[in-house]
Design a protein around this ligand. Structure first.
Ligand SMILES: [Zn+2]
Ligand SMILES: [Zn+2]
Length: 258
């Protein structure tokens, strides 16, 4: 399975883009930088986005993606997530106030399909796309938030999305026999325990503690979502305390897991 990092930070500044991962050049997980990080042609080709939660840093670029590429020749853009998460995005963003409701816009006279389509996951929270089984699970983050386990029959990859300490993540990781990578997050320096708890984010100290629940010590754990305003402190802490299992993500990183 291929994973390309389009954006991997928790805030926006020149040089820092927010969460967006491309999988197998076929679909995306989160859309924080799906227009600011992709060429115009690549934006036209986006057809499926799986969203972890409705926070702005994970969805904001959907607005520009759909507007940049709205045309009668564009294939519909499918947004996948739980019904609750999609309803939040529909009600609060694509509501004809903050941004047009593109799920009502039909540009293709022949097919008569809206260019934006909300595609709720079934109750089982499992679906399949182009040979990849995608299973969602709830994580510990304010509002509605989920992570995803991807399985192409050969390898499994776990994306936690934004989360604070969450036992479920380690249970799923431990029961995934072909797990090749975990993509998770650290947002704040370890000294900011109070804020991390209220905002539902991992700190390095807590993640190191929770990693003791992970049976495998060889599966790489990739870290995203550093907040730019604490970058110096986060980097210093990471370089001093992180174990070799933890790897810091960078925009434009590409991985092939076999
Ligand atoms: Zn976030
Ligand atoms: Zn969030």
């Amino acid at each position: 399975m291929k994973v390309r990092i389009i954006g991997c930070h928790g805030s926006v500044e020149p040089g820092y883009r927010t969460t967006c991962y491309q999988v197998n050049e076929r679909f995306f997980i989160d859309a924080g930088s799906i227009s600011s990080g992709l060429t115009p042609q690549a934006q036209i080709d986006v057809s499926d986005v799986f969203l972890t939660h409705p926070h702005l840093d994970h969805i904001k670029d959907l607005c520009f993606l759909i507007e940049n590429t709205a045309s009668s020749t564009r294939a519909p853009l499918f947004l996948h997530s739980t019904e609750a998460i999609l309803n939040d995005i529909h009600d609060h963003i694509f509501n004809d106030v903050i941004w047009p409701d593109f799920s009502k816009v039909v540009l293709d006279d022949v097919n008569q399909k809206p260019i934006l389509q909300f595609a709720p996951l079934p109750k089982s929270l499992e679906t399949e796309l182009s040979g990849v089984k995608i299973s969602a699970f709830p994580v510990n983050h304010p509002g509605n938030a989920i992570g995803y386990l991807l399985d192409d029959g050969e390898v499994q990859i776990l994306f936690t999305g934004d989360t604070g300490p969450c036992e479920k993540i380690w249970q799923i990781a431990n029961s995934a026999p072909r797990l090749k990578a975990i993509f998770t997050e650290i947002s704040l320096p370890s000294r900011m325990d109070g804020l991390a708890q209220v905002s539902g984010h991992y700190r390095l100290a807590q993640l190191l503690e929770d990693l003791r629940h992970l049976k495998s010590t060889s599966v790489p754990v990739y870290i995203a979502h550093f907040k730019a305003q604490f970058m110096r402190e986060l980097l210093d802490e990471f370089h001093q305390r992180a174990t070799p299992q933890l790897k810091l993500l960078h925009e434009s990183d590409e991985f092939v897991f076999t």
